[in-house]
Design a protein around this ligand. Sequence first.
Ligand SMILES: [Cu+2]
Length: 280
Amino acid sequence: MHRVLTPRKVMAGAAVLLLTAGCSQETSAQWTRWGLPVGASQQSGNIGSLWSGAWTASMVVGVIVWGLIGYAVIRFRRKHRDEKPKQNRYNVPLEIMYTVLPFLIIGVLFLYTVRAQDAVMAHSGNPDRTIMALGQKWSWTFNYYEQDNPAVGAVIHNAGTIENYPDLYLPVNQKILFKIESNDVDHSFWIPEFYFKMDAIPGRTNTFEVTPTKLGTYLGKCAELCGAYHSQMLFNVHVVTLPEYYAYLNDLKAKGQTGEIPVNPQTTAVPVPSAKETTK
Ligand SMILES: [Cu+2]
């Protein structure tokens, strides 16, 4: 036996080190969710279990397939130089099996997908708050419809720019109805911690309801490649208590940010950085 370090061994060692060195407790916990962040809404559990279930099922199928491949490779390997493998044809039961099995697998995945989709797309009909998220090249505008709420008493708006990512405040444990709109091209409203995204399509109002359950600050993104500054379409999501939410809106009200910023395909309210800025 030679105990020498081959380049391959060094590479393998480095890979193991890299993999384990970066493993904080948080990272290890993330593995148990198959890479998802901690869910922060009432609806996220539905997608979370679909995601974990699909990965677990694929792994089970994978282990069976890899096992069978390994078994076939070892059990039926060539024993003599001139040996030809046994030629089989028309194994009808086997052919029926490998036609039916994939349909069964897809059928089960389909069933669970439809169930999860129905759950996250359900509308209660009595949301606590209504907020519009309006996408445009290349930021978001948020309208809070609080005109009938004595605690605020107005529609409040907050528009982002390409340099200043807008804030989105959401009260914890409240049913929020989102209206997703676009002024120009297709965008996609995405809060990764909610395990949910929805397209913003010009000329169409998409809606969904979500109940944030975890206080905290999250990063929201555009998940649809919408043009040159797509990557700048970020926003900060603050899940806060209801009094903090009202305080934030009243603060904007005091600054005069009242009235709705409507969908307007003519508007190019988001300034595009000057040539100087884009080259840096
Ligand atoms: Cu976009």
